[in-house]
Design a protein around this ligand. Structure first.
Ligand code: SF4
Length: 141
């Protein structure tokens, strides 16, 4: 099994990338990291540098301002790096789809590994999405 892929099945380190969210998805991510849900018991922790990231948790719709920055962030992450689209905005554009400031969808910029729908999605949905992500990686390795 590829060592990098194997590492992606345990203790995922997540980096939060806000593309242009309304902040509700971001607050739910914070909720996910609180002792109430305690995802650190699975080794999941939020990190401050994309260079150490296993998963990019993207919220919001890519817009003219954030599109290039997100591509750059992704290019700095160790590869393969997983991408989770958190919320309906990141997953499909929500009500901003095809608007003047939304040139393309997230999955047209980078490969998206899991879509977690909701506006915003609950922490439980994010945990279920992370489990799917790990199962997907295990299937690839
Ligand atoms: S999916 Fe909903 S809650 Fe999340 S950033 Fe978009 S509008 Fe806000």
């Amino acid at each position: 099994m590829d060592i990098r892929l194997k590492s992606l099945t345990k203790s995922l380190w997540v980096f939060h990338a806000a593309l242009s969210p309304c902040n509700n998805c971001d607050i739910e991510i914070l909720d996910l990291l609180t002792p109430r849900y305690d995802v650190e018991r699975f080794g999941i922790t939020l990190i401050g540098s994309v260079r150490h990231a296993d998963v990019l948790m993207a919220t919001g719709v890519p817009n003219a301002k954030t599109l290039e920055r997100f591509k750059e962030l992704y290019s700095h992450a160790p590869q393969p790096c997983l991408v989770a689209a958190i919320g309906t905005c990141a997953g499909g554009g929500n009500m901003f789809r095809d608007s003047y400031n939304s040139p393309c969808a997230l999955d047209e910029i980078v490969p998206v590994d899991v879509y977690i729908p909701g506006c915003p999605p609950k922490p439980e949905a994010m945990i279920a999405g992370i489990v799917k992500l790990i199962e997907k990686v295990k299937g690839q390795s």
